[in-house]
Design a protein around this ligand. Structure first.
Ligand code: GLA
Length: 741
């Protein structure tokens, strides 16, 4: 999959569908030659670049006005020569100089994918090949660019490492995971931005000259800008056109940017945000950037998503969870908030088990003096007033009902009024002589300090060793504001954000080592840290605190661009909805939650009998579709961001093509709507399909080209909930009939 043409000095990474080409330029720097559909045949350097004398440029070689880095398409550009665009890396030496000159040194090709010291994707020798290109500067630094290409998935995993082989200290001010200069700027940039309870909405803008970016300086990958980006050709859509997708496997501060220069070249780069970052690299030390995953699709966004879904399911999520059924959850947060007793919890769980729900999750409020969000965080011992028999006693009672038991924690935080605060005020992130801002009355613990992480770990071990816990919901509800660590030296304060997230990863690793059977769901005020690095440890994440069925359409739709449905925790909650006050039917709420891990977050004891019957049916249906939904191919048929925001439709098709599940949603009822036909995808043209409740089987060609008629009565079936009234949804369970036309 990886070739090097020594004469032409061209590296070519390829699988059956894509190519990535890098060249060595005449000054020893790397040129970015190509990324896109697979190329075959000999690739010569002069097929990708020519010398250009553009007049008033700065030039690398004396007496040669035709070689300026500013006119080249570069692979990993530096500051301090003839390129005036943003560099991919920036170092500082003992003299304060930022001028470095890294030249190609050597390369190696490895089978498989070596792991790095950060959460990263994995691939066997039979699945992937890795190219490492080493660049050297004469004053003792080495950069290694690493590229892993996967054989059957259009993914290239990139990261960068820098090693100090000299005798002097250097500072890293920036070390991007990926950089590449695309040959034109006819792209639209799709970004996924939002806020708490409005995570990952889509924004599409054509590229323009200058820099456009997404970033986070919050210490978390954030609900505000997801650490990913898609570039798509103008007019590309779900099924057509070129698209490049990238997502950073990192949970801390990030930056992904596109810079269009005066030659209409687009420089794309991404990695840890250089703002507030400075890393001291001592002699013999090494620093690794997180991994950026890159994909190319010649067939629109759908192919991009299918690639990422398979990749996340098979190369990111721990193997342990590949074939483990994800339980249907009942969570007590919106049912009780902080106000519960052991008996109330058991009563809820009992109702849940009678309805077929498989796991009870005890949310916030079980520890320390936590009766409101004023205090308690940091004191990870059980609140005996609420739970006299401890987590041990409660988990036993829940297990006796035939349910699994899960527990909420928020280990990165501290409140005033706790024992932890009394003893360790110095463990907060913040300067001792400056004010420290709170958020939800809480402060962030300094996870760059090993002592802090170990203390929290030991408290959690005390709880978890003594109880039967099957699942953890790991929350994080405050971003880092006044970033200062009392234990880091003056010239290492710029390391705090990265060291913080390394502390978080360390705690994840310790918990997973000790409790390998506990399924962890990550959460950060909902979807505020919904990234691939979290996914590496916690194979599912709470998608958003917003459980309103209409709002969830947009959030889940965009999340599905990179993440498979099995990673998205989705619950049915009460109405009026606690976030937006909307009244939607139980049916629509269930039909939206189906496209995720599925669960409930409401007080089942307060429901009418008819609602309980409906929930029992929902649970039964989800169980019958779970394998299909979690492991099938997902199709976004209608986008909630188009079409006047009124309709959305989703479909899943099993990998073997025998089964499909489709749901159509309508937000508002409107008079005189045209007849709607919903065109399905992913079926076989010549096969016949039986739709549950329909008399006759229907051909794949009809379902895909003409479309399923969304009508009150079709093929003899009356659909009772027909679009009179707002917030409608229809589901179709489809099975291939075993013969072709
Ligand atoms: C965050 C989470 C919620 C819930 C609360 C508890 O907001 O996103 O799901 O767990 O905290 O305090």
């Amino acid at each position: 999959m990886i070739e090097f043409d020594l004469k032409e000095k061209v590296f070519h990474l390829k699988n059956n569908e894509i190519s990535y080409v890098i060249g060595i330029l005449e000054n020893g720097h790397l040129g970015h030659f190509y990324f896109g559909k697979k190329l075959s045949g000999p690739l010569m350097s002069n097929m990708f670049r020519i010398d250009q004398n553009k007049g008033l440029t700065s030039n690398v070689f004396e007496n040669n006005p035709s070689f300026s880095l500013n006119n080249e398409r570069l692979e990993y550009p530096c500051y301090g020569s003839t390129d005036f665009r943003e560099p991919a890396f920036d170092f500082e030496d003992k003299d304060g100089s930022h001028i470095y000159n890294f030249k190609y040194s050597d390369y190696e090709i490895l089978s498989g994918k070596p792991s790095i010291d950060l959460p990263s994707s994995y691939g066997l020798e039979s699945e992937a090949s890795t190219l490492r290109i080493k660049l050297k500067d004469k004053f003792g630094l080495e950069i290694t660019l690493s590229y892993t290409i996967f054989e059957s998935l259009n993914i290239i995993a990139r990261h960068t490492q820098v090693r100090n082989t000299g005798n002097e200290v250097h500072y890293i001010d920036r070390l991007m995971s990926l950089s590449m200069d695309l040959k034109d700027s006819n792209w639209e940039m799709m970004q996924f931005s939002g806020d708490w309870i409005r995570e990952r909405h889509q924004y599409v803008t054509p590229l323009r000259p200058g820099i456009q970016s997404v970033y986070s300086h919050r210490g978390a990958s954030s609900a505000n800008h997801h650490p990913s980006l898609i570039l798509k050709r103008l007019g590309a859509n779900e099924t057509q056109g070129e698209a490049i997708g990238m997502t950073l496997m990192y949970s801390g501060n990030h930056l992904i940017q596109c810079e269009v220069d005066s030659n209409s070249i687009t420089r794309v780069m991404g990695g840890i945000s250089p703002s507030y970052f400075k890393w001291k690299l001592q002699p013999n030390e090494m620093f690794q950037s997180p991994e950026m995953l890159l994909s190319y699709s010649g067939k629109g966004l759908e192919q991009l998503s299918h690639t990422f879904h398979d990749f996340v399911r098979n190369h990111i999520i721990s193997k342990k969870w590949h074939n483990t059924t994800r339980p249907i959850v009942l969570n007590n947060w919106e049912a009780t908030y902080f106000d519960f007793t052991e008996d109330k919890i058991v009563e809820l769980a009992k109702q849940g088990s009678e309805l077929g729900i498989e796991m009870f999750v005890l949310d916030d409020g079980w520890f320390g003096n936590r009766n409101s969000d004023q205090t308690g965080l940091g004191d990870w011992f059980v609140n005996r007033d609420k739970l006299p028999n401890g987590i041990e006693g409660l988990s036993k009672r829940v297990h006796d009902l035939g349910m699994q038991f899960g527990l909420w924690i928020e280990p990165e935080m501290i409140n005033k009024g706790t024992l932890l605060y009394e003893n360790h005020q110095d463990w907060l992130i913040g300067h001792p002589d400056r004010a420290i801002s709170h958020g939800r009355n809480q402060y962030v613990l300094d996870y760059s300090n090993q002592e802090v992480v170990d203390h929290i770990l030991n408290q959690l071990i005390n709880v978890l060793d003594n109880a039967n816990v099957d699942y953890i919901k790991w929350d994080m509800n405050k971003n880092i504001t006044e970033a200062y660590s009392k234990t880091l030296a003056r010239d290492q304060q710029g390391e705090l954000f990265h060291r913080y997230i390394l502390g978080v990863y360390y705690l994840y690793e310790k918990l997973i080592d000790r409790y390998p059977n506990i399924l962890i769901e990550s959460c950060a005020s909902g979807g505020g840290r919904f990234d691939l690095a979290m996914m590496y440890y916690a194979p599912q994440a709470w998608t958003s605190d917003n459980t309103d069925a209409v709002e969830r359409l947009k959030i889940q739709h965009t999340t599905s661009l990179f993440f498979p449905l099995i990673t998205m925790a989705s619950h049915i909650s009460d109405v009026p909805n606690h976030q937006v006050g909307r009244m939607t039917s139980l049916k629509m709420r269930g039909d939206v939650a189906n496209f995720g891990t599925f669960g409930y977050e409401l007080d089942l004891t307060k429901l009418q009998d008819a609602e309980k019957v409906e929930i029992k049916e929902q649970v039964k249906t989800f169980k019958s579709l779970r394998e299909l939904i979690h492991h099938g191919e997902f199709y976004r048929l209608i986008s909630p961001f188009e079409n006047d925001y009124n309709n959305t439709a989703w479909q899943v098709v099993s990998k073997d093509g025998n089964q499909s599940f489709v749901t159509w949603y309508q937000v508002l009822s409107r008079p005189n709507e045209p007849i709607k036909y919903l065109k399905l995808r992913g079926l076989e043209v010549d096969a016949l399909y039986q739709i549950t409740g329909f008399d006759e089987a229907i051909s794949g060609s009809y379902l895909m080209y003409q479309g399923l008629l969304i009508e009150p009565s079709f093929n003899g079936v009356e659909i009772k909930e027909y679009a009179l009234g707002d917030f409608q949804s229809r589901t179709f369970v489809i099975k291939k009939v075993n013969y072709n036309l």
